[in-house]
Design a protein around this ligand. Structure first.
Ligand code: CP
Ligand code: NVA
Length: 305
């Protein structure tokens, strides 16, 4: 089987996503029933973190153990990655000893260089440009709650970076529309997002207008990891991009609220929204694990079962 990587959402086809969502549901069912399922026995996942993480680490680590495999956890601080060993050399060495690699890093170019020199599949656990594992879990969560996402409207309120770029790629592939509202200066760059046409998204200056009629409203932190020096400037620029009860009222009555987490109540979202009845953020976080178990199974074994 040829090596496949998951470096951005556009790396897989709509048919492959349909498969992954079905597998994620089946694997989740086994987990809830305490059924042992060890298709990745004797396989090892290396997880490389150059940025902090709670969900990504726990979901990959617990998920790999549940599939019968094991994990190695590396950070910049405790490996030669932080001491300028070339990424190409690291890729060659690490991929001779493990079956799968997950990387959370800064520039997308870095993960691409790693993948180019890797003998095993590489998964993007977040870069400045993309967060494909998160959107895999988010779309799976939408489907669980509301059925197919095809033809639906997702309102994006906030920064035009990794999460927004990945939502755009998903909309392009899976046939839904993103209503994008970002503060001036923080817009999505269509070229970075890797989107050829504007058919799958619309831009709104007013976040309330972006939410009007939406089936899902979602947002993210004002200051992403790696941009901390811009914190003060961003607090001012993003002040009106806070998802509140009025925005949720502008959306459809059955609209869901999602946030990849970690969240900052009173900044990008009000507490009554994230802790309110339309919020599915805890299911969304849990689904990282089920969706990524399906992803790891697919990358290592193809379409099994
Ligand atoms: N959503 C997400 O990726 O969370 P962590 O930064 O905790 O991994
Ligand atoms: N956009 C955020 C997502 C964190 C999961 C960041 O890059 O820090």
């Amino acid at each position: 089987m040829a090596i496949r990587h998951f470096l951005q959402f556009s790396d897989f086809s709509a048919d492959e996503y349909a498969w992954l969502f079905e597998r994620a549901a089946a694997i989740k069912k086994k987990f809830k029933a305490y059924e042992k399922y060890h298709p990745l026995a004797d396989r090892t996942l290396a997880m490389i973190f150059e940025k902090a993480s709670t969900r990504t680490r726990v979901s990959f680590e617990a998920g790999m153990y549940q599939l019968g495999g094991s994990v190695v956890h590396l950070t910049t601080g405790d490996s030669q990655l932080g001491r300028a060993e070339p990424i190409e050399d690291s890729a060659k060495v690490i991929s001779r000893m493990v079956d799968l690699v997950m990387i959370r890093t800064f520039g997308q170019d870095k993960i691409e260089r790693f993948a180019e020199h890797s003998r095993v599949p590489v998964i993007n656990g977040l870069t400045n440009e993309f967060h494909p594992c998160q959107i895999l879990a988010d779309v799976f969560t939408y489907i669980e709650h509301r059925g197919s996402i095809k033809g639906k409207v997702v309102a994006w309120v906030g920064d035009g970076n990794n999460m927004a770029n990945t939502w755009l790629q998903a909309a392009d592939l899976l046939g839904f529309t993103v209503h994008l509202s970002t503060p001036s200066g923080y817009e999505v760059d269509q070229a970075v997002a890797g989107i050829r046409s504007r058919d799958s998204y619309k831009v709104f200056n007013d976040p309330m207008e972006a939410c009007r009629g939406a089936d899902l409203v979602t947002t993210d932190v004002w200051t992403s990891m790696g941009y901390e020096a811009e914190n003060e400037e961003r607090r001012k620029a993003f002040a009106d991009w806070c998802v509140d009860a009025d925005m949720m009222r502008a959306a459809r009555p059955d609209a869901l609220f999602m946030h990849c987490l970690p969240a900052h109540r009173g900044e990008e979202v009000e507490a009554d929204v994230i802790d309110g009845p339309q919020s599915v953020v805890w299911d969304e976080a849990e689904n990282r694990m089920h969706a990524q178990k399906a992803l790891m199974e697919f990358l290592l074994l193809g379409k099994v079962a």
